[in-house]
Structures are given as C-alpha cells and as structure tokens.
Design a protein around this ligand. Structure first.
Ligand SMILES: Nc1ncnc2c1ncn2[C@@H]1O[C@H](COP(=O)(O)OP(=O)(O)OP(=O)(O)O)[C@@H](O)[C@H]1O
Ligand SMILES: [Mg+2]
Length: 313
C-alpha cells in the first residue's frame, strides 16, 4: 500500500532530519511508527501526505510513484495531524459538510457521508454541537471522521493520543482496530511504544531519521523470544536434569543456579515441548518451564539509545 525508499530531508543547514529512511506498509495493516522525540516521525508523515517536499527519495502509494501531485494524495490519504486547528463557531455537521465539499462531495451526498463518518467514530448525536465545545477526545474523533470523509485507502495519524486520558486513549485504539477490520490501512505514530504494540499488526522503529527495525509484531516478538533463555525450575535430580538438557543438540548454553536452570535453546516450540516431556519421563519434578518474556520495550530502548551512539540493529 505504501512504500518509501531512501527519504532524505534537511531543515535549514542542520543535520538530516531524515537520513535515508525506508518504510513499507502492507495493505490492511495497522502500522505503528514509533521513535523518540525528534526522530523524524512528523517529517516523514508530512512528506507522505505531500505537505512537505523531501530533498531526495521516493514514495509509492498503492504501487504508483507519487510526485508532488496533491490530487492523488488527497484522493488516497486521510490525515489526522498532530496539531489540528479547529474552526470556531461551526457545528460538527457544518464542519464535516464543509470538508466534504472540499473533497467534491456536495449537498445531500455531503450530509449523508457526514452522518456515516460520525457513526464510524461513535459521535452520533453531536451534529448540532459547536466544534470548540467538544472535549479533546471528541475533537480527536471528529478529526478522524473528517479524514474518513472521502474513503481514503490509507489513514495517517500523527500522535493522535497525546493529551488524551488513558480511558479515552483505549477507546480511540479500539476505534482504530475496528476501522482496520473494516479494511482500512492505518499508519499511526507515537513516541510511546506500549501504546502501539498492544494494537498494531506491524511496527517500524525510527531513530535519528533512519528505520532501525520494522516488521510484523508477531515476527519481531518471536525473534526476541527465541533469543531469550528457557527458565526451568526442578524440585529434584538437578544433576540428571542438567545432563539430559546438555545432551540435547539444540542447547547452545546453560547456566545453573541451585535448582534453577537457564537454557539458551534454538529449537522450535515443538522441540521445547519434547524437552519438557523428556524431563518428566525421567521422573524429574519440573515446576517451571517457560521462555523468559521478551521485552520489545527493552529492544526499543536499546535501538534508540543515542547516548551510546546506538541506532544500528
Ligand atoms: N520546521 C522545522 N524547522 C527546523 N527543524 C525542524 C522543523 N521541523 C522539525 N525539525 C527538526 O527535525 C527533526 C525531526 O523532527 P520531527 O518533528 O519530524 O520529529 P518527531 O519524531 O515527529 O518528534 P516528536 O515526537 O517530538 O513529535 C528534529 O530534530 C526537529 O528539531
Ligand atoms: Mg512529531
């Protein structure tokens, strides 16, 4: 759906805000774009939406190379920016009908579509309310409704959660997950990883203008998990257990602390299960047997630790 290759952007004469950024968002994904403050998220999203021109690099949308042609972008992308100006003295309905008209959806069709998008974001009943009197969470949803007006194939949201309380945040996440189920491809940025990792299907980590890790959450979690040790606790026959574990060809390393055994094991989940049954069959009492839980969070901190001159994978 969206592909970016070698994007560069420099503001004034400062360092590169984007330094050869690559990104790929497949159709139907809920893609989380995460990185610390100043990493280049807003710059990237503004280039995707055509609000900013890159110094070099290329953007493809749905297989088409896009130049600075705003028409293509306007038809295909719905954008919720990080700061949205609202319009005083407009009701919710006037606000949406105004934007519908800017997309060429006029009169009756504009009214019908405005009602539809209000329903999509759970704002039915607010039609006559003034926009500037809505709560922050409702304004955020209205902004999302506006971005949905012309049925874009890609929704782009820049830090939509900032300034929202935890419950409103959760509701907003739920809304995005529903839109994804309806077939929208969504690209959302945040500087807080945990906000995205719960709900996204894919994730891209940006640091100092470069993509340092991207892929499907499941794959990333699996690769982190498999580099973690198996933690095994036995109640008896520790030495026999250690011997048995050591004899397994998938075991790379082992460390023993009394009755707790840490095993760096490169086998599959099935081979893991087989190792457990071998221990049990040898009459060893196993009370714990589990992969140490990741964390994606610690990987994120490692990849974005600029004090260490990090940034590479
Ligand atoms: N208009 C501008 N003029 C000069 N420098 C800018 C401008 N906008 C952004 N920058 C710089 O470019 C870099 C990337 O900024 P950007 O806003 O894209 O980061 P971000 O990842 O969105 O950060 P945040 O999480 O704080 O929103 C930063 O170093 C920032 O200071
Ligand atoms: Mg930003």
């Amino acid at each position: 759906m969206l592909r970016i290759e070698k994007l560069y952007k420099k503001y004034n004469k400062r360092e590169n805000a984007l330094d050869g950024l690559d990104m790929e968002v497949a159709k139907g994904e809920l893609y989380g774009f995460v990185g610390p403050n100043g990493a280049g998220k807003t710059t990237t999203l503004r280039i995707i939406t055509g609000l900013l021109k890159p110094d070099a690099g290329q953007v493809w949308l749905d297989g088409q190379k896009v130049g600075q042609d705003m028409k293509v972008r306007k038809r295909m992308i719905g954008f919720v920016p990080d700061f949205f100006g609202l319009y005083e003295n407009l009701t919710v309905m006037e606000y949406l009908e105004f934007f519908a008209a800017s997309y060429g959806i006029y009169q009756k069709a504009g009214t019908v579509r405005s009602h539809e998008v209000l329903e999509l974001v759970n704002l039915q009943g607010t039609e006559e309310c003034f926009v500037d009197e809505l709560s922050r969470g409702m304004q955020q949803r209205l902004c999302l409704a506006r971005a949905l007006l012309n049925r874009p194939c890609l929704l782009v949201l820049d830090e939509p959660n900032s300034g929202l309380d935890p419950r409103t945040r959760k509701e907003f996440q739920f809304l995005l997950q529903n839109l994804q189920k309806e077939g929208y491809t969504i690209l959302i940025s945040s500087h807080i990883l945990s906000e995205l990792s719960d709900m996204c299907t894919s994730i891209g980590i940006i640091n100092q203008g470069k993509m340092v890790l991207q892929g499907k959450i499941d794959h990333i979690m699996l690769s982190i998990d498999s580099s973690n040790p198996l933690r095994i606790t036995v109640l008896n026959k520790v030495e026999q257990a250690v011997r048995l574990i050591r004899s397994n060809p998938q075991v790379e390393r082992i460390s023993v602390d009394e009755n707790k055994i840490a095993v760096w094991f490169s086998g599959s989940r099935e081979e893991e299960a087989r190792l457990l049954s071998q221990l049990v069959e040898a009459q060893i009492q196993v009370v714990a047997f589990a992969r140490e839980q990741n964390s994606l969070e610690s990987l994120f901190f490692h990849l974005t630790d600029n004090a260490k001159g990090g940034g590479g994978v």
